[in-house]
Design a protein around this ligand. Structure first.
Ligand code: ACM
Ligand code: ZN
Length: 601
């Protein structure tokens, strides 16, 4: 049972009646002004391209209207006098990614640079989706992002996901103005990117013979798992992402999380192996040897091919969770420590990271490393730090003047449980990251204002230990990714949790129609009011628009033996503590688990 203890008085105020909520855009735009009047897109509305606006945006809108409204609009070059049009106007003088979206009696105008037009289009689509209507209120939206890096990490190394799934994720990211796809391609558990010079990396290193699927007791499925992306597929994904204004940052893990490579090339380890690709989740002691120049030659060869495939300015080189046990007893590693006048094995990792960062710098690339790269004595000047062990690494890096991406595991790890009662949830890695904590995390919290500029963005991370289907991936990703997207894009003073929940209910309704398997959030305990001393009064609101809440106060199954929630629940206090059990049925018919609130004083 999912129990939430409710103490009186009130948890949250009623939903905000924020004007922006009426168009329900996520992430919240910087400025929205709603005006009198409305404009309706009809079969005779024309999509108009002005300036050098790219036809691809017009075609995307055309496809959207065709698919969802069976409407086939014409595209044409600008006609000054035309009204009843959706104009896309390219302007060079607006800041990168910003756009203006205006709806008035003549139609709709989206203005910005190429990326700005794309984002204006996402907002337009959302307004239509959320109202299920082609009639839009007259409005003016002026919008631009708070941070340049708005990311999501997908760990395809623990579980491989095919190209079509990655493309669908990229579509979903773009819809929420996320612009960085961090692709975790190598791991202990599988090497997923074709490297021409080392074909065995994927011939052998992409496959494991079995996978752990339970923690306690530890159980394995005895089913071989694997897969990899050919270089042609990588190019296809990078191009697909670019069309959606998403940069793809590959992660090639080093010096740890390298067992898949070491299973193929054991000579790159300290001990020489032999190794198998592990089937148990957890950190492994065997890592790349830092004293062996062959390791650097290998990694440089790999990175040379990677650089060729990914135009992103950053390459992620990992750096996390690299135990120093093998280095401590390795003659070559110890020799390297002496030769380089290093203090210890942590500094040896600093040497490792610097050597790779220098190699990449000579080729015009910057690196991103997990926050352990702060521990190696010095951080390369072309490095950005991805703060994952909470925000503290990011705070420390920003204070030192390094670029920081906030991806703290206690707020932005979307593989963690979404409720603290894990007995009702599908098995997962552990930890508890509820939607409100993701939403309320302040990426610049704890950093002095003059250093905020070093926070270049935020990122939601999804590690796949127990996520082996698209449905499960969607379940973990949604709705929390919406909260990450809003923190990445919206000005801090435009964030408002009750308003977000209200907007989210519209988005989840749309996603339900698209058969996205998001986790159905608990009903929003909109108000718990104590009007007098003798009654409890409880108001609920579904967190998915048009969903139906069933409830019971007598311990019965809400769906089969409870009531449909229609109005405020009220019961005498002298009946004592009650368990309020709820279940939610979505418009599609999909049903939630049971949620239990304990109403107490
Ligand atoms: C990490 O979660 N090990 C970066
Ligand atoms: Zn070694």
């Amino acid at each position: 049972m999912n129990k939430k203890i409710i103490f009186f008085p009130l948890l949250f105020a009623a939903f905000a009646t924020n004007i922006s909520a009426q168009v329900h855009i996520i992430p919240e735009p910087k400025e929205i002004t709603l005006q009198e009047g409305s404009f309706t897109i009809t079969p005779s509305t024309v999509i108009e391209l002005s300036g050098s606006a790219g036809k691809q945006h017009a075609e995307m809108l055309q496809c959207f209207l065709q698919e969802h409204f069976d409407l086939s609009l014409k595209i044409r070059k600008r006609d000054q006098k035309a009204s009843n049009r959706i104009r896309m106007k390219h302007t060079g003088n607006m800041s990168p990614e910003s756009y203006q979206l205006i709806t008035d009696e003549k139609g709709i105008t989206i203005e910005g640079d190429d990326t700005g037009i794309f984002y204006g289009l996402q907002s337009l689509k959302q307004i239509i989706e959320n109202s299920h209507s082609l009639t839009l209120p007259h409005l003016v939206i002026c919008d631009e992002p708070r941070f340049p890096h708005r990311g999501m990490m997908i760990d395809v190394a623990r579980y491989y996901y095919p190209v079509e799934v990655i493309k669908s994720l990229l579509d979903q990211m773009a819809h929420y103005k996320l612009n960085v796809f961090h692709w975790h391609l190598t791991e202990d558990y599988g090497w997923r990117i074709e490297i021409k010079k080392y074909p065995e990396l994927t011939q052998k290193g992409a496959w494991r013979k079995s996978t752990q699927y339970r923690k306690e007791p530890r159980l394995h499925d005895n089913v071989p798992h694997g897969g990899f992306y050919t270089q042609d597929e990588v190019r296809e994904i990078v191009a697909y992402a670019a069309e959606r204004k998403i940069a793809v940052i590959p992660e090639i893990e080093m010096p740890g999380h390298a067992m898949a490579a070491l299973a193929v090339y054991p000579q790159l380890s300290c001990s020489g192996g032999p190794f198998e690709i592990p089937i148990n989740w957890g950190i492994k002691d065997d890592i790349f040897c830092a004293g062996n120049d062959e390791v650097f030659r290998f990694l440089e060869d790999v990175l040379t091919e990677v650089i060729d495939l990914f135009p992103s300015q950053y390459i992620h080189i990992g750096g996390d969770e690299a135990p120093k046990k093998r280095w401590q007893s390795c003659a070559r590693c110890q020799q390297r420590i002496k030769d380089e006048n290093l203090e210890n094995e942590k500094e040896l990792q600093g040497y490792f990271v610097k050597r790779i960062a220098d190699f990449l710098k000579e080729r015009g690339k910057k690196i991103i490393g997990w926050d352990e790269i702060l521990e190696g004595g010095h951080v390369p000047d072309n490095a950005a730090v991805m703060s994952w062990r909470g925000p503290k690494g990011g705070i420390s890096a920003a204070n030192k003047g390094y670029n920081v991406i906030m991806a703290p595991n206690n707020f932005y790890y979307l593989d963690r449980y979404q409720t603290d009662d894990i007995s009702v949830e599908p098995i997962n890695i552990g930890g508890f990251v509820p939607l409100d904590s993701t939403y309320l995390f302040d990426p610049c919290g704890g950093i002095p204002p003059d250093k905020h500029k070093f926070v270049i963005g935020v990122q939601g991370n999804i590690w796949m230990e127990y996520i082996h289907s698209v449905e499960m991936l969607e379940y973990m990703m949604y709705p929390r990714i919406l909260a990450v997207a809003e923190s990445g894009w919206s000005p801090a003073d435009r964030k408002d949790y009750p308003n977000f929940i209200e907007k989210m209910s519209h988005h989840l309704n749309w996603l339900d129609q698209q058969s996205v398997a998001f986790r159905i959030p608990e009903p929003f305990l909109q108000q718990v009011i104590k009007t007098d001393d003798s009654y409890y009064i409880i108001e609920l609101a579904p967190t998915v628009r048009d969903a139906v809440i069933y409830y019971s106060l007598d311990g019965e199954e809400p769906l089969t033996r409870g009531k449909v929630y229609r109005e405020t629940i009220r019961y005498p206090k002298d009946q004592g503590v009650k368990e309020l059990k709820c279940a939610v049925v979505l418009p599609s018919g999909r049903t939630s688990m049971n949620y239990t609130f304990i109403i107490n004083e």
